[in-house]
Design a protein around this ligand. Sequence first.
Ligand code: HEC
Ligand code: HEC
Length: 215
Amino acid sequence: MKRTLSLFLLLVPALLIAEPASNIAWTPDALNFVKDGNLKKGKQLAESCTGCHGEKGVSQMDAFPSLAGQLATYTYKQLRDYADNKRTHALMNSVAVGLSEQDSADLAVWFASLPEAQHKAKKQKLEKAEVLVAKGNGKKIIPPCFTCHGGNGQGERQDIPALAGQQVEYFVNTLTEYKTGVRQNDVYSRMRLISEQLSAEEIKQLAQYYYQMRK
Ligand code: HEC
Ligand code: HEC
């Protein structure tokens, strides 16, 4: 008991100083707010996104992420994180700052309602990725990706994104940004801790692996 207490006291200053990774907390009210987003309004608002994210949320450009079929709660959190400067990207910060919380919820349910990107699989050796997804790496304390992102890359619960069909270059960029600490809006540092342990080759293979996966 005494040891636990002193450990706790040691942690308190760190907890107080650390900036929260996100201002979004998934209370039942917040979940309902996103769930009740207005599809029709979302569809209208999304017209300003198609130039970069594709006609139906399926990106045609490798560096721009697809949004179709993504969990609404994940998309909502990213839009609010960009608006709050918790996730930094000059372009998306300026887009998101112009969106209200209601706009963000409307857009999030709209993109969630669209069918996800599907790509033909190329024959490639992706052994490193296969092992990481299914088994992780015990020595490096990397949990298997599927335990959080789902067996078909479909995402889980409110805050774990779908990865199936995601654009390769975007996937590599964003994992590299977690790894270098440029992207730090992952609550509990879950993706920063994992990506720190991944090599550039592993990240490349993982991107290709998820690109050709179907939910
Ligand atoms: C001029 C191009 C452009 C426009 C317009 C644009 N985006 Fe983006 N968006 C990007 C890029 C590039 C990224 C990747 C940024 C990064 O790496 O953080 C991105 C990232 C995102 C993400 C994060 C995706 C993820 O998987 O984490 C969301 C959500 C998003 N955009 C939503 C929107 C919405 C909604 C609109 C319209 C209201 C929009 N974007 C308009 C270029 C654009
Ligand atoms: C402990 C749970 C957990 C594990 C294990 C995990 N992830 Fe994640 N991952 C998350 C969460 C949570 C997020 C979203 C964080 C945020 O809001 O930025 C995320 C985000 C991502 C993203 C960003 C998606 C986007 O659209 O921007 C990628 C890519 C990713 N993870 C890949 C992986 C890979 C590859 C593995 C296995 C090596 C893995 N993850 C293992 C929880 C996990």
